[in-house]
Each structure stands twice: as C-alpha cells, then as structure tokens.
Design a protein. Structure first.
Length: 115
C-alpha cells in the first residue's frame, strides 16, 4: 500500500461529501497544515487531520462514506463542526447551506492560535 497524498484523498472525498472536500481545500489554501493523512486501509477508511495552532479539523471516510467534519478547539474533544459552531448560535443548517460561514468561523477561531 502506498502513502496517499492530500490530492488523492480530496479526490476520493469529493464525490462522497463535496462540501467537506471544498472546506478542506479552502483551509489548506488559507494556511492550515496537514497534521496526519492515513488511508486507504481496510474497509476504505481514510483520515485527514488539518491543524492551525492548537485547533484541528478532521475529515474522514469509512466504508466508502464520509463520516463528516469534526473539529477540536484547543485541547478539547473532537465534535461535529456544526455542534461546535452552535455554541455561539453561528451554525448553518448544514455545511452545504453556508460553506463560507463555516470557513470564516474556523479561521476566526484559530486566529492568533499559532502555538
């Protein structure tokens, strides 16, 4: 098994969860770094972790299906991104409803967090 690259993962994610693939690409363009990339492993499992400072965003595929976008702010636990956004009442109904709001929220949350 060869080591995947980010483009391969995003190409694999896009038909399963296009809004998540879009978000990952925009985060990479705005300065987030790849922390970890694994896959494919048994049962078509992939994981991409992006980080900026102490914040991380997880994109995953399991059994050929996207398992959503999870976020870890600081040293907290991973949780669905829309749940994290809803704490301040900022969450759209879904990632597809307002991708730019999600991107903007992540960038604002991670600003100044360059530990």
């Amino acid at each position: 098994m060869s080591t995947p690259d980010v483009a391969e993962f995003l190409d694999h994610l896009a038909p399963r969860d296009e809004p998540a693939a879009w978000l990952a690409r925009r985060l990479l363009e705005s300065g987030w770094s790849v922390c970890e990339l694994t896959g494919p492993v048994q049962m078509d499992v992939w994981q991409l972790l992006l980080e900026r400072g102490t914040h991380r965003v997880r994109f995953g595929i399991e059994r050929g299906r996207s398992d959503g976008v999870l976020v870890r702010l600081g040293t907290g636990a991973y949780r669905p991104i829309l749940d994290a956004m809803s704490v301040n009442g900022e969450a759209p109904g879904s990632l597809a409803d307002d991708r730019t709001a999600v991107l903007r929220w992540l960038d604002e949350e991670s600003d100044g967090d360059d530990e």
